[in-house]
Design a protein around this ligand. Sequence first.
Ligand SMILES: C[S@@+](CC[C@H](N)C(=O)[O-])C[C@H]1O[C@@H](n2cnc3c(N)ncnc32)[C@H](O)[C@@H]1O
Length: 203
Amino acid sequence: MPDAKDIRKKFGGTFEADKRTFKMGIDQRFTRAIAERFSGRTVLETCTGGGFTTISLAVAAGRVITVEIDPAHQQQARQNVSRAGLARRVSFILGDVLDERILRKMPPVDAAFLDPDWADTEPDHIYRFINSNTRPPADSLLQAIFTITPNVALILPPRLPIHELDGLPAHERQKLYMGESLELLCLYFGDLARCRGETELRV
Ligand SMILES: C[S@@+](CC[C@H](N)C(=O)[O-])C[C@H]1O[C@@H](n2cnc3c(N)ncnc32)[C@H](O)[C@@H]1O
C-alpha cells in the first residue's frame, strides 16, 4: 500500500489509493496543467481510476461526468472526490465506456479527457496505438468519443511507435516530462489544441 505521504505528494491531498490506483493515477503537476484547458466546460472523463484526474478536472471545469468499469476503483474515486469537496460537480457512471448504451445516454459534453489503462510496464512490453493494447483500446476509444465531441485529450504511454498516430486528425502532441524522464504523451484535438505538432510540458 502506498503511504499517506506519497499519496499527498503525488495527488495533493489526504486521499485513498491502493497499489494499482496509485500507480495508474497521474501526478497532480501534470493533471493541473492539462485540466486548465477544460476551464468552465462540461467534461466526459474516461477512465476514472482512483479519481485523481477527476479532481483536477472538477476544479477547472464546471461539471465532470466520469466513466469507470471497475466498481472498486469507482468507489475509491467517489470517496476521493468527496474528500476534495467536489462531489456536486461530478457524476459517476459504472460500466464499459465502449458500450453503446452508455455513450447513447450521455448528456451533451463540450470536451473529453481519456486516460486508458496501460499499466503493463514490463521492460520489453511494446505499446501499440493501432489495434491498441491499452484498456480500453485507445484507438477504438478515440473513435467512439469523436462521435460525441471533437475536443478530446488522450493520454498515451511515452514509448509508442509515433508513426501509428499519422492517420489521426490534426492535433497537438505534448510530451510530459518529470525532470529528464518522459512520463506520458497527451494528444489534444479540436479546440483543446493550442497548436499543431509537438510541444513539451516539464515539471
Ligand atoms: C489509467 S487508469 C485512470 C487513472 C485516473 N485518470 C487517475 O488519474 O486516477 C485507467 C482506468 O480505466 C479503467 N477501465 C479499463 N477499461 C475500461 C472501460 N472499457 N471502460 C471504463 N473504464 C475502463 C480501469 O479500471 C482503470 O481504473
